[in-house]
Design a protein around this ligand. Structure first.
Ligand code: ATP
Length: 316
């Protein structure tokens, strides 16, 4: 075991990271592959909504603490899977105790679980003193889920393949978002099952135009180009989402779209003041409102330090 890791174990060293949610500015499904996955093309954008993960060394095993009622604290949690994948791939003996505080709504189309998995890879890389490169972490991420690679990279990026092939793009215009998350969640698998590729042909995004809008920093072109082929399926399953979208546009958003497979609907606004006005106009709507802006990273280390008696009680 490296000396550095020894010292961290002895001191009760803790690491705290922020794992950011995403929205899809475009989402296109190009076809179905022989392996059963869909071939995707999506421009993804990190936003300022984040979960917090705190890590502490343990002599063995991986333990997750999470009080959110819809998030499992067992082996099915993506944070657990990320930790185990690192342990197995690099033959690590040590364990970790991980506290997860959810702020990203669950099953919302905002990649909350994937963000947490990316956060776990970054946090454990630091906690265990692994010194893995972004590329090595990316290899582990690809085995955990389609959105984990994007969450690891963050900012603005083009995702291809199952979503795991990431090309970093110049940052999209910095803008604000008002998100509306209805009470229900949506199963991504069910949405893909309902997708008829011929029927969505007229709804496909112009990915190149969106790429250009990002490159030349053109907010209006970005707002006009928001498209997601999954939207029609999700709206067919939950027609009330059309009303949320229209409400955002009526309230003054420059464009509105469902993120991923939904059900979160987001409206885009050029500035903070405008976003506040849109959110205020939607008071009383049957959905939780979030106001945030674009973010340039997928994962940020908020604090490294120790000692701490119990995870969650460290300095900072
Ligand atoms: P995507 O946008 O990638 O489709 P999502 O935002 O729609 O994802 P998640 O919030 O990731 O959905 O949750 C999907 C399911 O994954 C939930 O039903 C939850 O039980 C499970 N899950 C496993 N680990 C986590 C985690 N760390 N955070 C949230 N959900 C998790």
């Amino acid at each position: 075991m490296p000396q550095e890791t020894d010292a961290r174990l002895a001191s009760g060293y803790t690491i705290k990271v922020r794992a950011y949610a995403k929205v899809n500015l475009t989402l296109d499904v190009l076809g179905k592959r022989p392996d059963g996955y869909h071939e995707l093309e999506s421009i993804m954008q990190s936003i300022g909504l984040y979960d917090t993960l705190e890590f502490k060394n343990a002599s063995s095993g991986v333990q997750i603490h999470c009080s959110h009622p819809e998030v499992p604290a067992d082996e099915s949690n993506l944070v657990y899977k990320a930790a185990r994948a690192l342990q197995e791939r690099f033959g690590l003996a040590g364990g970790a105790e991980i506290r997860l505080e959810k702020a990203i709504p669950v099953a919302a189309g905002l990649a909350g679980g994937s963000a947490d998995a990316a956060g776990a890879l970054v946090g454990l890389n630091a906690l265990w003193g692994l010194h893995l490169s972004q590329r090595e972490l990316g290899e582990v991420a690809a085995g955990l889920g389609s959105d984990v690679n994007f969450c690891l990279t963050g900012g603005t990026a083009l995702a291809q393949g199952r979503g795991e092939r990431i090309t970093v793009l110049p940052a999209a215009p910095n803008f604000w978002l008002v998100l509306l998350k209805p009470r229900f969640g949506v199963s991504t698998a069910e949405v893909y099952r309902g997708l008829d590729l011929k029927a969505v042909e007229p709804l496909r995004p112009d990915t190149v135009a969106m790429l250009n809008a990002c490159v030349v920093n053109d907010f209006d072109a970005m707002a006009a180009g928001l498209r997601n082929v999954l939207e029609s399926v999700t709206c067919r399953l939950h027609p009330e989402l059309n009303e949320l979208k229209e409400a955002l546009l009526r309230a003054g958003a420059s464009g509105a779209l469902i993120s991923g497979s939904g059900p979160t609907v987001f409206g885009v606004v050029p500035d903070e003041e405008g976003a506040g006005e849109v959110a205020a106009a939607l008071m009383g709507i049957k959905a939780t409102r979030y106001v945030t802006s674009t973010h340039r990273k997928g994962v940020e280390v908020e604090r490294t330090g120790g000692p701490a008696d119990r995870i969650g009680q460290g300095a900072g």
